[in-house]
Design a protein around this ligand. Structure first.
Ligand SMILES: NC(=O)C1=CN([C@@H]2O[C@H](COP(=O)(O)OP(=O)(O)OC[C@H]3O[C@@H](n4cnc5c(N)ncnc54)[C@H](OP(=O)(O)O)[C@@H]3O)[C@@H](O)[C@H]2O)C=CC1
Ligand SMILES: O=C(O)[C@@H]1CCC=N1
Length: 263
C-alpha cells in the first residue's frame, strides 16, 4: 500500500486527508504538539507519529503542509533522514522547486509543488502542479491523483505559479468578499442577510458554470444581461466609474508580488 505523510495538519492538510480513501493508503501525520496531532489523527482516521523524522521514514510521499514561515525549520529537521527514494511535495506559497531543492540540500531530490485552494474542503479545489526532473512519471501520477480526488488539477509551467496562486489560491477570498458585498447590499435594501447570501451563492455558482458551459467570453455574457436602457447597464457603468476591473487587477498584482517575496 502506498504511504503518504503530512507534516502540519491545518486547514489544507485536513481538507486533503478528508478526501482520501483511507483503505487505499497508509496515511501518517505529524505536527508540533503530539497530543493535538493524536486527536486529529483519531478524527481523520489516520496515524499520528511523534516526529517529522519518523514520518519521513514511514512515508513514500511527504506533503509539506505547514506555513511558508515554518518550512525552512521543518526542512532542517528532516534533512538527516531524507533519501532520494522519497518524494517531497510542498503546498506552501512562495517556495519554488529550486528553493525547496536548496532547502533539502540532497542533489536530485524528487520534488513536486502544488497550489491547491480552500475549496478542497468541499472536494472542489482548483490546484496547480509542477515537478522537477527527478520525479518519476509514477510518483507524479500518484501525487496528481491525490489532488484530483479533491478537485481539478492544472499542470502549468512553474513561471505561472505566482499568477495561479493569485487567481486560484487566494482568489476565493476575493470572491467571498464580492459575495458578501452583494448580500450586504441586499441587507441595505431590506432583505435578511441569510436569504440574500443564499441567493448570491446560487447566482455565483451558476455564473461559474455558465462561463464554462457556454464557452462565451464573460463580457459577451455581460452584454446578454444588459438590456438597452435597463437595470444592469446602470450598475455596470457605476462599477466602472469606481474602477472595478482595475481594482481587481491591482489586487491580483499585489497578490503576485507578495507571493514572489514571501520567503
Ligand atoms: N489556506 C489556504 O487557502 C491555502 C494555503 N496554502 C498553503 O498551505 C500551507 C498550509 O496552510 P493552512 O493549512 O492554511 O495553514 P494552517 O495554519 O491551517 O496549518 C498549518 C499547520 O501547521 C502546524 N504547524 C505549525 N508549526 C509546525 C511545525 N513546526 N511542525 C508541524 N506542524 C506545524 C500548525 O499548527 P498550530 O495551528 O497548532 O500552530 C497548523 O496546524 C501554507 O504553506 C499555505 O501557503 C495553499 C493554498 C491555499
Ligand atoms: O494567503 C496565503 O498565503 C495562502 C496561499 C494561497 C491562499 N492562502
Amino acid at each position: 500500500m502506498k504511504s503518504i505523510g503530512f507534516i502540519g495538519v491545518g486547514k489544507m492538510a485536513t481538507a486533503i486527508i478528508s478526501g482520501l480513501d483511507k483503505q487505499k493508503f497508509d496515511i501518517f501525520i505529524s505536527g508540533h504538539d503530539l497530543e493535538k496531532t493524536q486527536a486529529q489523527a483519531k478524527a481523520l482516521g489516520v496515524v499520528a507519529v511523534s516526529s517529522h523524522k519518523a514520518l519521513v521514514s514511514k512515508s513514500e510521499l511527504i506533503i509539506l503542509s505547514i506555513k511558508p514561515q515554518v518550512l525552512p525549520k521543518v526542512a532542517d529537521e528532516i534533512l538527516s533522514v531524507l533519501t532520494k527514494d522519497k518524494t517531497i511535495l510542498s503546498i506552501a506559497a512562495g517556495f519554488s522547486l529550486d528553493d525547496l531543492a536548496h532547502l533539502m540540500t540532497l542533489e536530485n531530490m524528487p520534488i513536486i509543488r502544488v497550489m491547491p485552494n480552500i475549496n478542497a474542503q468541499i472536494g472542489r479545489s482548483t490546484s496547480a502542479i509542477v515537478k522537477n526532473d527527478s520525479v518519476s512519471a509514477d510518483s507524479f501520477d500518484f501525487a496528481k491523483g491525490i489532488f484530483e480526488t479533491i478537485g481539478s488539477v492544472f499542470e502549468i509551467e512553474e513561471k505561472d505559479f505566482s499568477t495561479f496562486t493569485a487567481i486560484a489560491g487566494s482568489s476565493p477570498a476575493y470572491i467571498y468578499m464580492f459575495m458578501d458585498a452583494l448580500a450586504r447590499a441586499g441587507v441595505l435594501h431590506g432583505m435578511p442577510k441569510a436569504l440574500a447570501l443564499s441567493i448570491v451563492a446560487d447566482t455565483v455558482a451558476a455564473c461559474g458554470e455558465m462561463v464554462k458551459i457556454s464557452g462565451e467570453n464573460p463580457w459577451t455574457l455581460v452584454d446578454q444581461v444588459s438590456s438597452p436602457g435597463g437595470t444592469t447597464v446602470s450598475g455596470v457603468v457605476s462599477l466602472e466609474k469606481n474602477r472595478f476591473v482595475g481594482t481587481v487587477i491591482d489586487a491580483i498584482t499585489a497578490t503576485i508580488e507578495k507571493e514572489k517575496h514571501l520567503k
